[in-house]
Design a protein around this ligand. Structure first.
Ligand code: C5P
Length: 293
């Protein structure tokens, strides 16, 4: 989730310079890696049918890069159980790639430090390094240059999952198009937001949340405007589009408030489904190692 997503100029390499503040939320995919005769990716869970199971999948590419680094063949079966919405602007594909880096580091006993995994991660995608570290971080460059950020307390979120996804490159292109027409203005620096995170007060944080991609996501999917309004009407402190969308995220005062906002949003018929989540949480990590047992 991007609490602040400031999008700068389109660079000659096709990327945009970003200033972003990431926070990892408690929505996760389960990824397992096991030795196999050939490299394969299997995907289960909601939206699984839309996820590629070949070299298009970042998790596949992560295995190939790790194998190259380890000087061995990428003979693993990767199984992904989706809990993060597919094409939802929540960096689910990046989380899966980060999980494969961590998983293969363990399976193959490579002992690579996280910083070295982060270099591989940055080559896979702009959001993969953050998915590796988790927590709360300031991202620059394409979003891959990270600095940890002090965040006090746990923040409570409600996520409204949309019907259908949005393509990240298409949303960036739409923002470029809107800007050529003179609209919309760019977000400033996130100094005040960083102070609010350190204070741990959701009411202080709420008015400072911002996403330059929001107007582009709404331009491509105008119904998001209704979803955003419905979350605030339901009692959230603020709502914004998550990353390139179309998931909308609502910051709430407390866990109880999040549960009530989620229930009201689910009944309002403005989205496909609703989840609650907390942040910050850690990044990709090993939760069960059958190989060491
Ligand atoms: O790095 P990643 O492959 O996740 O980026 C997907 C697409 O999102 C890029 O091809 C580009 O169109 C857009 N993007 C961008 N600027 C960034 C990050 C991503 O324009 N900083």
């Amino acid at each position: 989730m991007n609490l602040h997503l400031g999008v700068g100029e389109l660079r000659p390499d096709g990327y945009h310079d970003l200033t972003t503040v990431f926070q990892a939320l408690s929505l996760s995919d389960d990824v397992s890696v096991a030795p196999a005769a050939v490299l394969s990716v299997r995907v289960a869970g909601e939206g699984a049918a839309e996820v590629p199971t070949d070299r298009e999948n970042l998790a596949w590419q992560a295995a190939v890069r790790m194998a190259h680094l380890a000087g061995r063949a990428p003979l693993v079966e990767i199984t992904i159980r989706k809990g993060i919405p597919v094409a939802g602007g929540m960096a689910g594909g990046s989380a899966d790639a980060a999980a494969v880096l961590v998983g293969l580091n363990e399976l193959w006993d490579l002992g690579l430090p996280r910083d070295e995994l982060a270099e591989v991660a940055a080559r896979l995608g702009s959001d993969v390094p953050f998915a590796l570290y988790g927590g709360t971080a300031l991202g620059r460059g394409r979003g891959e240059q990270l600095l940890p950020v002090l965040s006090r307390n746990t923040f409570h979120w409600v996520l409204a999952l949309a019907k259908g996804g949005l393509s990240t490159p298409a949303v960036f292109r739409e923002l470029d198009r809107l800007r050529e027409q003179g609209e919309p203005p760019e977000l400033g620096e996130p100094q005040a937001l960083l102070q609010a995170l350190a204070s741990g007060d959701p009411a202080q944080l709420a008015p400072l949340l911002g996403n330059d991609l929001q107007s582009a996501a709404i331009s491509l999917k105008p119904e998001l405007r209704r979803t955003l309004r419905a979350g605030v009407t339901a009692g959230a402190l603020a709502g914004l589009v998550s990353g390139s969308g179309p998931t909308c995220a609502f910051l709430c005062e407390s866990e109880e408030s999040a549960v009530s906002v989620a229930a009201e949003l689910a009944g309002a018929g403005v989205c496909r489904s609703v989840r609650t989540a907390d942040g910050p949480v850690p990044g990709a990590r090993v939760i069960d190692n059958a190989h060491r047992r």
